[in-house]
Design a protein around this ligand. Structure first.
Ligand SMILES: [Zn+2]
Length: 340
């Protein structure tokens, strides 16, 4: 007893315990809320949507419960619901009517994404429409550029990617988001937009996009799995962070307005590093595999979905993301509204 008292007496002279007791600010939810450093806000969310041809289609993606492929006639009601939840933006991915070697529908003025942009802007003009700019959903081989000698040929792909971004912007897209990871694509897109009177259209660059196993469920959703090989020759190697900084640096030089790290959960250190080194808005993509793991474990009763999903997104925001692209957006927005 005597010995313990002496320890406390010694500590009191070092301005630590018992003078400092961090538990004091954890005593009630009101107090915890007041000193909370990071808050989830639906206004930071971007909700990804998959659009397709046809009528009356609302097809649930098996590995991504609660997420659907939509035909355009059903899209306005969904967009109105998203807007009511306070989610300001959607990110569009398209499923073309047919695929070919050069992904023709990607840059067709009447491609599925271009038509979806028009439908959404007409239904809810204030909804911010971000379009994914890539070729993999539109090419028969499922790669993000054109193929030459069995590999993706960088420079000829740039022209097609720039044409895709231009077609999206002309249709009314508010932001174009290239995800292909070709070198020089931000510069190519910026140049074409500027030359076409669209200097005001921002580019959100998938700057540090890793060749990740977490994309599995998305490939079912977008029907975009590569038909041969993989994407390691253009997407980043997961162990690298210095290389991510170089990617971001180049995208900024080429004219990116927002930079992105994808995936998010296994790359929180990359988000933090990018946040500390650059002053541009940073987006993080909480990808399909991250979402599906939570859903699957929740279905098995192994975790509390509501708590885990919010904890993951809070972590992404705490790491430094300003914008979070997430399939949890609608669920979390509902929970946040209910807790207001
Ligand atoms: Zn792609």
């Amino acid at each position: 007893m005597q010995a313990r008292k002496n320890v406390v007496a010694d500590l009191s002279t070092s301005a630590g315990f018992p003078v400092q007791r961090l538990r004091r600010l954890r005593g009630s939810e009101t107090l915890r809320q007041m000193v909370r450093e990071t808050r989830l806000d639906s206004r930071d969310f971007v909700y990804p949507l998959f659009v397709m041809h046809g009528r009356d289609v609302k097809r649930e993606i098996a590995s991504m419960p609660g997420n659907y492929q939509w035909s355009l006639d059903l899209l306005p009601a969904e967009i109105e619901e998203i807007a009511k939840l306070g989610i300001p933006a959607v990110l569009l991915f398209g499923l073309p009517v047919a695929k070919d070697e050069v992904g023709s529908e990607a840059y067709d003025d009447h491609g599925i994404v271009q038509e979806a942009v028009r439908v959404i802007k007409k239904a809810v003009p204030e909804m911010l429409v971000v379009t994914d700019v890539c070729l993999c959903e539109y090419t028969s081989h499922g790669h993000c550029g054109v193929i030459k000698n069995g590999t993706v040929d960088n420079d000829p792909s740039l022209d097609l990617l720039a044409r895709t971004a231009l077609a999206h912007a002309r249709a009314g897209a508010d932001i174009v988001a290239p995800s292909d990871m070709m070198d020089g694509r931000v510069a190519a897109i910026r140049r074409v937009l500027d030359e076409s009177g669209l200097a005001g259209t921002p580019i959100m660059a998938y700057s540090a996009k890793y060749a990740s196993g977490f994309y599995g469920p998305f490939r079912e959703a977008a029907e975009s799995a590569p038909q041969f090989g993989d994407r390691r020759a253009y997407q980043m190697d997961p162990p690298n962070v210095r290389e991510a900084i170089r990617e971001v640096e180049l995208d900024v030089l080429e004219g990116a307005d927002i930079v992105m790290v994808k995936p998010a959960l296994a790359y929180l250190d990359v988000i933090k590093e990018v946040r500390q080194r650059f002053d541009l808005p940073v987006a993080a993509y909480n990808v399909s595999g991250e979402f599906s793991m939570v859903k699957a474990a929740a279905r098995l009763g192994w975790i509390d979905e509501k708590r885990i999903a919010q904890e993951i997104l809070t972590g992404i925001k705490r790491a430094g993301a300003d914008i979070i692209i997430t399939y949890h957006a609608k669920d979390i927005a509902k929970w946040l509204q209910a807790s207001e």
